[in-house]
Design a protein around this ligand. Structure first.
Ligand code: COA
Length: 259
């Protein structure tokens, strides 16, 4: 079904693996198109409760956009490349109503770091390395990196990383707030799935509203507080809110239906 991705649905989590290990899983136009397609599936298929994005092999998560596709681009083609990627993949991941988590298994450079940052949060293996080395190519990040890295680690650190192009280790990425957990490579998928299983038993409508509200905050949306009030109110119209509160009062575990 996909030529550049592997997909596997297990216990409601779709594991999406970018599968070009001989090219460090670099994001060429086929990968971008297929990621856009698989995201449509994540949005629409009710059997999918969450997704993990990872890379094939033990070396790279994604080592960036495919540099070989850059050579012939001019202003309008460069602009179009960034816009297509942001609209069809990166923003779609960030705004997905279901949790999407990056399991960063190796180099996450350039577009790879941006792909990880567009996910709702990140778990890294101990060998992972993060960086935005575009300045080495006479470029800047184009898949949202200037915005999301600044949101995640703050202005001064983002400036330094993007101006030097330096890579940081998984442990340093954790200290910076770029990743939530660092685990051994062989435990990476299991740890990520375990966290998602915890989320699966919560109320899905509430989870989607948490994502929307936190995204508002990250975007410094001046309507963030008002949107939180509205979405809080909307929770009271859900069956899941009645189930959750009743279950608490009846001293039993809630069973949420996503309604
Ligand atoms: N685009 C296209 N091809 C890439 C790539 C990218 N972003 N990153 C790696 N590759 C390819 C290499 O060209 C090489 O292909 P080849 O075997 O046909 O020559 C293959 O992947 C293996 O990479 P290689 O550089 O030999 O591996 P390494 O272990 O020595 O180094 C990296 C790994 C990730 C440090 C190095 O590949 C790298 O710096 N990649 C580019 C990172 C980057 O600048 N990303 C931002 C792009 S905007």
């Amino acid at each position: 079904m996909y030529t550049t991705l592997l997909t596997e649905l297990e216990k409601g989590t779709l594991v999406i693996t970018v599968n070009r290990p001989d090219k460090m899983n670099a994001l060429n136009k086929d990968v971008i198109a297929e990621l856009a397609k698989v995201l449509d599936e994540v949005y629409k298929n009710d059997e999918i409760k969450s997704a993990i994005i990872t890379g094939a092999g033990e070396k790279a998560f994604v080592a960036g956009a495919d540099i070989s596709e850059f050579v012939s681009l001019d202003y309008s083609a460069g602009t179009a490349l960034a816009k297509l990627g942001q609209d069809s993949v990166f923003n779609k991941i960030e705004n997905c109503h279901k949790p999407i988590v990056a399991a960063v298994n190796g180099f996450a450079l350039g577009g790879g770091c941006e792909l990880a940052m567009s996910c709702h949060f990140r778990i890294a293996s101990a060998n992972a390395k993060f960086g935005q080395p575009e300045v080495n190519l006479g470029l800047i990040p184009g898949y949202g990196g200037t915005q999301r890295l600044t949101q995640l680690i703050g202005k001064g650190k983002a400036m330094e990383l993007m101006m030097t192009g330096d890579m940081v280790s998984a442990d340093d990425a954790k200290s910076l707030g770029l990743v939530n957990h660092v685990v051994a490579q062989e435990e990476l998928l299991a740890k990520t799935k375990e966290i998602l299983q915890k989320i699966h038993i919560k109320a899905p409508v509430a989870i989607s509203k948490v994502i929307a509200c936190v995204n508002d905050a990250a975007m410094c949306d001046p309507k963030g507080f008002d949107n939180e009030i509205t979405r809080f109110g909307e929770c009271f119209t859900t069956e899941d809110m009645k189930e959750g509160t009743n279950a608490f009062l009846e001293k039993r575990k809630p069973v949420f239906k996503g309604k």
